[in-house]
Design a binder for this molecule. Structure first.
Ligand code: PLP
Ligand code: COI
Length: 330
């Protein structure tokens, strides 16, 4: 299978904001857009995006997962980046229209169609360093995908980093700049200790990794940082916490310090995992901090992590009842 996110359908759907209004969404060739080299997004990073998936069920039906949540998060990211506001119903329809057109390309489980709504500031004005783009493009790309982490659910090695991933008031925005600012620490972590990912823990506060949220599972309790502006409010995080509550687990959304994390991780039976649309729920086997390696529990994928991942996949793949109304038929 090709690397995650490198294969695209030949067409996408796009609406443009010009002269204070949105154009009627149209289907165009995926590689057909052109941008002025002075476009706001290329200089001042007025860009945000989303990641959600559509799944193929055994009866051939295609379903998106928690689409309204992703649409709402893109609307919020757009607002925080001062991009033009859009009608959420318009974007939902764009997603359903393009997925429906490429329904035949949605892979069988464990594959899926990864959906990437994107909103960029396109006004050609390099003078607008401290002013918003008054023009934009909103488009939805499709990419058939398999597993994000090559090797499937192999326990990951995380390097704990003392610095923040991005500016503290921007972590909840899914914007390109946040990903760019995390690249140097991630590359260093790969080269120095062969870490798979970096867990950003500014001032000892366990936040998230470069592409997923972090969850600690200690017996019947699941612990993760309470929502604030400093990190991305993952929709998979919310889904896993809901499924954990359904199973009678105690969900603790609160501050988790590096000291508490390392202490708890050392206990046999403790589990840790990363949650995200691409990552699904991927076990963490090793934490690296201050030049030392700490095995999490027994260092292998834990039973609760596996059960929660399975419970999520079963709903997504139509094998379990969709009690929370998370699926939308395309
Ligand atoms: N945090 C970051 C930085 C991410 O890139 C992602 C992936 O989308 C997540 C968390 C998880 O978010 P979600 O579960 O909505 O995909
Ligand atoms: C997602 O999980 O949707 C993300 O945006 C992460 C990305 C690295 C694929």
């Amino acid at each position: 299978m090709a690397a995650f996110g490198t294969v695209f359908t030949p067409e996408m759907i796009i609406s443009r904001f010009n002269n204070n209004s949105w154009s009627t969404p149209e289907i165009v060739a995926t590689d057909s857009i052109s941008l002025h080299p002075g476009a706001h997004v290329l200089h001042y990073s007025s860009t945000c995006f989303e990641g959600l998936k559509a799944f193929r069920h055994a009866d051939g039906g295609i379903y998106t997962f928690r689409m309204e949540k992703n649409v709402a998060r893109l609307a919020q990211s757009s607002q925080l980046l001062a991009l033009p506001g859009f009608d959420k119903a318009m974007l939902s329809k764009m997603i359903l229209d393009i997925v429906s057109r490429y329904a035949a390309d949605v892979p069988q489980p464990p594959g899926s169609m990864y959906i990437r709504p994107t909103h960029i500031g396109t006004e050609a004005s390099i003078g607008k360093a401290a002013a918003p783009s008054l023009e934009s493009m909103l488009y939805v790309l499709l990419s058939p995908v398999g597993d994000y982490f090559a090797g499937g659910a192999k326990p990951l090695r995380l390097l704990l980093e003392d610095n923040a991933r991005c500016a503290p008031h921007m972590g909840m925005v899914k914007s390109g700049g946040n990903y760019a600012s995390a690249l140097q620490p991630i590359m260093k972590a790969r080269a120095s200790v062969q870490a798979d990912q970096v867990l950003f823990c500014p001032n000892g506060d366990v936040q998230e990794t470069g592409a997923a949220n972090f969850l600690l599972i200690d017996g019947n309790e699941i612990i993760t940082k309470a929502l604030d502006s400093s990190f991305l409010h993952g929709i998979t995080r919310d889904s896993i916490l809901t499924l954990a509550r359904d199973r009678g687990m105690t969900v603790s959304e609160r501050e988790l310090t590096v000291d508490e994390l390392l202490e708890r991780a050392a206990k046999p039976g403790t589990e840790a995992a990363l949650s995200g649309t691409a990552a699904v729920l991927t076990p963490v086997g090793t934490l690296i901090h201050g030049g030392k390696e700490y095995q999490v529990g027994s260092g292998v994928a834990g039973a609760t992590t596996n059960a929660l991942r399975q419970a999520l996949n079963d709903i997504q793949w139509g094998k379990a009842e969709d009690k929370h109304g998370w699926l939308t038929k395309v």
